[in-house]
Design a protein around this ligand. Structure first.
Ligand code: ADP
Ligand code: MG
Length: 688
């Protein structure tokens, strides 16, 4: 079947609605979807019936409000369409009320103190700007989730609010440029990295199963040093998986576009075509879910953790973000002569200022226990927020700052030295793979997010920082300040966040410190930034998150960190005690018995003896480390500030886990493979 025949077949899209709804109802829904206006009353019942009939044709028996609690994954509770009739039969019904509002018991979702269990009422409300779809015989209705008192209990509500802030503040600025736009939208294309591992091997690793990453494992003889995996030929088993994955995603209307092997062995990437931040976020959640589901069918497991394996690259999620109007204009498109394009320069200035003023707000949006393994570890940007513009735009910024009105156009045609090859026009920027936020021609690529993160919070943060900055710029414009004066002023005051060099180098860390840029190295350093006054101001003045909602998120982030590290610690202890230690003892004993036997018949084996004694020493050390970690575990305090507990995990528990791993990994390299209790890195990375 051709892709065009089944693309979006499980989506209640505009084209399906056009076919199935009366004309005026369709037009009303279309306006809501395209312009973000409220839905006309009276539409819901008709829409719900049409949706139900369509879903039943697709095999659906149930419907569910599909929402995104603060766990970062999606949640669903399924109700069937059946309604009893007087004569003991049933009819299939779905009302407008059921479409619009749901009331799941909210008490078991993280709320950071927003909702205590005795007032567990939470509502899900239909988000008409994201299409309903059928999945696993259920009609899934994308919804926002909030409490009885209206506080957002999810990730979608703040994202939608941030899109409204973008709309409002951008229009205020655009008004000064005679724009025809009446609606402004934030867009994103998230590139999703992931690892694939054989399911049979995965099932033998408690760490992978419980924590998503390996807590033990010596480096394999071959890592990623040959650079032969990146863009390399895709293995047949993986290619089959990717084909299946694409098809499943296309059926759900996800615009899966690019797939390739990534830098580490067994690492891959899938990128969709960009869409509105809201739809892209829903689709990214679906993508992660489908990636896992399809993998199972192929006897594989998809790992979305930021760092499944030490020593090879981890996985991120590059968040390509841009702002556009309903007239089709991309506000980050420089045009042929950016130096003469004041509107572009003003929006560029706004991004630069936003990144400088709200660096810590952006930093905390990517702060997770998993991402701590990547940021600043020479495979992902450092924890210092800076922005890369590329040579062409940097020249423009410099020129504008110095009152110049023209620059040499650095762009030229590229000649590869072979006449038969076409002359290629150079892009306006080279690629910078080391910058946290890189301008890539018509968008900004935020490269810090971790692979398992929901992109809702990340784009809420980008949108909020940008909208809050635009609101200040709009105030200045409204007060009659000249556009160029504002641009020059911002370039001069905020150019310290522009950095075009190698973000992975130590020199940059020193240089950034000199420039006064914040460097919140770890998750625990970053989370308190949520409560900085300027960040609370930005979120609350843009109506994205209230102070109370921010405080709840602060709690949730810390709780999540603590829980994750705690599970890792417990898993490590179990694996060390119940699997690694017995294996080592057994192996040492078998060698020792062999030595006794040999010596009893007069064979002298001094080297064997030495190696057994070394192994014995390491095994002793292993027991020591297990006991030490166990002791630290018993000292965890929970009757103190949650930040203090989290710090204990970061400063005391994690280093000790590192020490335990080091000893175990050393043992792995000398204990016979026959005795080692679980698959090694070589197995996991290469036997797929
Ligand atoms: P890369 O070469 O950076 O790995 P990919 O092709 O993997 O690029 O991904 C680039 C992503 O950027 C895609 O999701 C693409 O749709 C998205 N993108 C392209 N243009 C825009 C834009 N104007 N706004 C947002 N995202 C965009
Ligand atoms: Mg890519």
């Amino acid at each position: 079947m051709a892709i065009t025949d089944y693309f979006g077949e499980n989506v209640f899209s505009l084209s399906v609605m056009k076919e199935r709804l009366p004309k005026e109802i369709f037009m009303s829904v279309e306006t809501t979807i395209k312009d973000g206006t409220a839905l006309d009353s009276g539409v819901a019942d008709i829409l719900a019936t049409a949706m139900k009939d369509w879903a039943i044709e697709k095999g659906a028996t149930h419907y569910t409000h599909w929402f995104q609690p603060m766990t970062g994954v999606t949640a669903e509770k399924h109700d069937s369409f059946i309604t009893p009739t007087d004569d003991g039969n049933i009819i299939l019904e779905f009302s407008g009320k059921e479409l619009i509002r749901g009331e799941p018991d909210a008490s078991s979702f993280p709320s950071g103190g927003l909702r205590s269990t005795f007032e567990a009422r939470g509502y899900t409300a239909w988000d008409p700007t994201s299409y309903a779809f059928v999945k696993n015989n259920s009609l899934c209705i994308p919804t926002a989730f909030y409490s009885y008192t209206g506080e957002a209990l999810d990730k979608k509500t703040p994202l939608l609010r941030s899109m409204e802030a973008i709309n409002k503040q951008t229009l205020r600025v655009l008004k000064h440029f005679n724009s025809d736009a009446t609606h402004v939208i934030s867009y994103v294309g998230p590139e999703q990295e992931y690892f694939i591992v054989d399911e049979k091997l995965y099932n033998q690793r408690k760490d992978l199963m419980l924590t998503g990453r390996t807590l033990f494992g010596a480096p394999p003889a071959k890592g990623q040093e040959m650079d032969d995996h990146y863009f390399g030929q895709i293995k047949e088993r993986i290619a089959d998986y990717m084909k299946d994955l694409d098809e499943e995603l296309w059926k759900l209307g996800v615009l899966a576009k690019t797939k390739h092997n990534e830098a580490a062995p067994a690492q891959h990437e899938l990128a969709p075509i960009f869409s509105t931040t809201n739809i892209a976020c829903d689709h990214n959640q679906l993508t992660m879910e489908v990636m896992k589901k399809v993998a199972k069918k192929h006897g594989l497991v998809c790992l979305l953790h930021e760092k499944p394996y030490a020593g090879v690259n981890g996985s991120g999620k590059h968040n390509n973000w841009s702002i556009g109007t309903n007239t089709g204009e991309n506000l980050f498109k420089p045009g042929k002569k950016p130096i003469e394009n004041k509107q572009f320069l003003l929006f560029l200035a706004a991004v630069i200022k936003a990144v400088d003023d709200y660096a810590t707000l952006l930093r905390v949006s990517v702060a997770t226990a998993g991402n701590d393994h990547r940021l600043g570890a020479n495979e992902a940007p450092p924890a210092i927020i800076s922005i890369f513009l590329g040579k062409q735009l940097e020249d423009v910024v410099e020129a504008v700052k110095n009152g110049k009105t023209s620059v040499d156009d650095a762009r030229s045609k590229l000649y590869a030295g072979v006449d038969a090859l076409p002359l290629i026009k150079k892009d306006s920027t080279d690629r910078n793979r080391t910058s946290p936020l890189a301008f890539t021609g018509n968008r900004f690529e935020f490269r810090m997010p971790g692979s398992s993160q929901s992109i809702a919070g990340i784009n809420s943060a980008l949108n909020t920082a940008f909208a809050a900055t635009l609101s200040k710029i709009a105030d200045r414009l409204d007060n009659g300040e000249e556009v160029l004066d504002i641009i020059v002023d911002i370039f001069k005051k905020h150019d310290k966040v522009i950095f075009n060099g190698n973000g992975y180098s130590d020199d940059w860390v020193k240089e950034a410190e000199k420039r006064g840029l914040p460097n919140l190295k770890s998750t625990i350093d970053a989370i308190p930034a949520l409560l900085y006054e300027e960040n609370i101001d930005a979120y609350s003045s843009m109506n994205v998150l209230s102070k109370i909602e921010i405080e709840s998120r602060y709690e949730i982030l810390l709780e999540e960190y603590i829980k994750k590290i705690n599970i890792e610690m417990l898993t490590m202890l179990e694996m060390a005690r119940q699997e690694i230690l017995p294996a080592c003892i057994k192996y040492v004993n078998s060698l020792a018995n062999g030595i006794i036997a040999k010596e009893s018949i007069g064979i002298s084996v001094p080297n064997e003896k030495a190696s057994v004694s070394k192994m014995s020493e390491l095994t002793e050390e292993l027991i020591e480390k297990i006991d030490e970690l166990d002791c630290l575990k018993d000292n965890i305090k929970s009757d103190c500030e949650i930040l203090e507990t989290a710090k204990y995990y970061q400063d005391i528990i994690i280093p000790k886990m590192g020490e335990l791993r080091l000893v175990a990994d050393k043992l792995e390299t000398i204990v016979s493979k026959d005795f080692w209790p679980f698959p090694t890195y070589e197995d996991l990375l290469y036997r797929v």
